[in-house]
Design a protein around this ligand. Structure first.
Ligand code: XMP
Length: 510
């Protein structure tokens, strides 16, 4: 390894990967290790710095996660965060006890700007607190470096030993200049030089995959979404022809999408299997209009097709998935793979013969996955693809599905997407698409009466897709989209724009 390393020691806090991600954002390579990692192992990795994370426990409880105080004798700078800071204080002879007033949320904080963590930052700002214990007395050699109204030690330092701690969470964006504080620790205290890039991340990940997989076979279900596409690109670079990607084209993709996915992967040194299963899906969906039934049918059929193809390949050692970190959080610790799969395709295949699951993206956040995809040479249309539901257009054709309705929707949706891109809005509106309603209404075209479908346009802005606002698309853009669709797509004579937030509506209509 040619780059510097910072170790994030995990004491059970909820923001551990976020800390790691902020360190990576600062251009420093970082790994999250359990607090149980032997000191000798930590030492042998020669980290430039160590960060103790937060955690839900109290340090004076004997069963709480802890570490030998020998870690402070390695001469490696340490930064504690929340519980991590309390632990440092406790291990070095300070006193931690229940705070007279616990602090939660945004808290006005005063910093000593001579402390390297706060150098060149404003002396006052909002920090994000979440603690019921506090440092009642500092260990020998330490001084307070920040305070709030209720917390005399919102940060502490021992400059000579290079040991620092903050009671608040610099990694969350609610803390003003928090990222800069981490940057200061890395650069001013640890002497990091910012020698790490996404290119190196890719190289390290490729090396790790090679070591794990050896000469064995890997199977991946490729949906064409960002995550599975980036996982495929990474695995193909690592193990080449040992990788087989199965792309089940259910015929419910957007216009040209199936071909785009195929084009991105057909020249790579992998076995790429595209299964054109449109007719199978249409047959099973014929006459079904209830949304949950449609979803269920698609999920089951997807698994069936995937299993059939996997059987042709025979036993594989690894089943790869594009699980990313937010999926891991959503599912709770331990069994992320199952949840992700449920979410996307309706369940893990029962009859696929594999020994182990491999998830090369499980430590990355979405925007990091996109950067990695670009680094691996994937085209922008895959890397910047907006989220697309597993059941595809089937849940954007309201009511029963026919091939004809899918074609109408595809053409209209394509125009909408094209005009959003032409207006330069394609990265600021987080998800946008057309919905073919089951409603028909009377219109007039030329001198004739028409009786055609109503198309709905939906555009949302959101950070987490759990809540969303409707996008304020400029009228001129909507006007152009509307006029193009009614003129260029047959069977649509009325267009409406969905102006509901989530909640109470959802993003998709079904
Ligand atoms: P809703 O409609 O629940 O959608 O507000 C939230 C986000 O999830 C996407 N979505 C899905 N994604 N499989 C997926 O992988 C699904 O079955 C599915 N249903 C909805 C939706 O597009 C939006 O981004």
């Amino acid at each position: 390894m040619t780059h510097q390393l910072v170790i994030v020691l995990d004491f059970g806090g909820q923001y551990n990967q976020l800390i790691a991600r902020r360190v990576r954002d600062c251009g420093v390579y970082c790994e999250v290790l359990s607090y149980k990692t032997p000191i000798e192992e930590i030492k042998s990795r020669k980290p430039a710095g160590i960060i103790f994370t937060g955690g839900p426990n109290s340090v004076y409880d004997k069963t709480s996660p802890s570490i030998s105080a020998d870690i402070f004798s390695l001469g490696i700078p340490v930064l504690g965060i929340c519980y991590g800071t309390q632990l440092i204080a406790h291990l070095l002879g300070g006193t931690v006890s229940t705070a007279p007033t616990s602090e939660y949320g945004k808290t006005e904080t005063y910093y000593d700007c001579s402390c390297p963590l706060f150098e060149e930052l404003p002396p006052k700002g909002i920090s994000w607190m979440s603690h019921t214990d506090y440092i009642a007395s500092l260990p020998d050699g330490f001084v307070s470096a920040a305070h709030t109204e209720n917390c005399p030690t919102a940060a502490m330092q021992n400059k000579e030993r290079g040991i620092y701690g903050v009671q608040f969470h610099p990694e969350v964006l609610h803390t003003e200049n928090g990222v800069q504080m981490l940057h200061n620790f890395l650069y001013r205290v640890c002497g990091c030089t910012g020698d790490w890039t996404m290119k190196q991340y890719a190289e390290t990940a490729v090396e790790e995959i090679r070591q794990k997989v050896g000469g064995k076979k890997v199977l991946l279900a490729l949906s064409g979404g960002v995550d599975s596409s980036v996982a495929a690109a990474l695995l193909s670079r690592a193990v080449g022809s040992q990788l087989t990607c199965i792309f089940v084209d259910h015929g419910l993709m957007r216009k040209n999408e199936g071909d785009e996915v195929e084009n991105a992967f057909k020249d790579k040194e992998i076995t790429f299997v595209r299964v054109n299963a449109e007719q199978r899906f249409l047959d099973r969906l014929a006459g079904v209009s209830e949304p949950e039934s449609k979803r269920k049918i698609i999920g089951e059929e997807f698994i069936r097709v995937f299993e059939e193809e996997a059987k042709k390949i025979g036993a594989v050692d690894f089943l790869a998935q594009g699980t990313i970190y937010p999926d891991v959080i959503e599912s709770g610790a331990g069994d992320a793979a199952v949840i992700k799969s449920h979410h996307n395709v309706g369940g893990l295949p029962d009859h696929v013969d594999f020994k182990e699951i491999i998830e090369p993206l499980r430590m990355l956040f979405k925007d990091e996955v996109r950067r990695l995809g670009t680094e691996l040479g994937l085209p922008d249309y895959l890397v910047w693809r907006q989220p697309f539901p597993g059941p595809g257009l089937a849940i954007r054709v309201i009511g029963d599905i026919t091939k004809e309705k899918l074609e109408i929707l595809r053409d209209a949706d394509y125009i909408f997407r094209e005009e959003i891109a032409n207006a330069g809005l394609d990265r600021s509106i987080h998800q946008y698409f057309a919905v073919l309603t089951s409603m028909r209404s009377v219109g007039v075209m030329g001198d004739f009466r028409t009786y055609d479908y109503t198309l709905a346009l939906r555009g949302v802005t959101t950070t987490d897709f759990m809540t969303a606002d409707w996008a304020k698309i400029p009228y001129e853009v909507l006007e152009k989209v509307s006029s193009r669709i009614v003129n260029e797509v047959k069977s649509i004579n009325r267009i409406v724009y969905d102006i509901t937030t989530k909640p109470p509506a959802t993003i998709e209509w079904e």
